[in-house]
Design a protein. Structure first.
Length: 179
């Protein structure tokens, strides 16, 4: 029997959810303020412009995060194809779609971060960005970029945690079935 929660597309899940909370609520949660504080802190203490920061540290770091997330997402995808995780998803409020789209959201966040920092490398924020009050807007842009990078690190960590959870759950279900 087909579960209607599993028929929802990514964008429907992102804005409405699949029985659980919407995908956006995974990003706009109690941790958002902490990410903004990280963004503000880095904007305050990092003495270089966004172009220099993107070239020196952040684009190479994003490459590492991509590799980490894709490796673990591949592991999670293999786990999601097991009967144990399929059975487990029947007890999850958002259904199987919630598991699948959570990983897709993490990849989307990484891709958005890459685009934002690529714009920084291209000096869009340093020289092209149209502003009335350039200094204040630039500082807010720095807060946003550093804060979004913090969210990206959290989402990459969630990819690892999700895969580990499914691995442990699969093992527990297999052992329970043997008894």
């Amino acid at each position: 029997m087909i579960n209607n929660k599993d028929l929802i597309g990514f964008w429907g899940w992102l804005f409405k959810g699949s029985g659980g909370k919407s995908g956006l609520r995974r990003l706009f949660d109690r941790w958002l303020l902490r990410h903004l504080v990280v963004g503000w802190g880095l904007s305050t203490i990092v003495p270089i412009d966004l172009t220099s920061a993107a070239n020196a540290v952040l684009l190479p770091l994003v490459g590492i995060l991509i590799g980490l997330s894709f490796a673990w997402a591949g592991n999670a995808q293999a786990l999601m194809q097991s009967t144990e995780i399929d059975d487990l998803s029947e007890y999850h409020e958002g259904g199987f779609a919630d598991y699948v789209y959570t990983y897709q959201l993490a990849i989307l966040v990484i891709l958005i971060t890459i685009v934002l920092w690529a714009l920084a490398v291209l000096e869009v924020f340093d020289k092209v960005w149209p502003t009335i009050s350039r200094e204040n807007t630039y500082f807010i842009t720095k807060i946003f970029l550093y804060g979004f990078s913090s969210i990206t690190i959290r989402e990459c960590w969630h990819v690892v945690l999700g895969a580990q959870f499914m691995l442990l759950a699969q093992r527990r279900i297999k052992r329970a079935r043997k008894k």
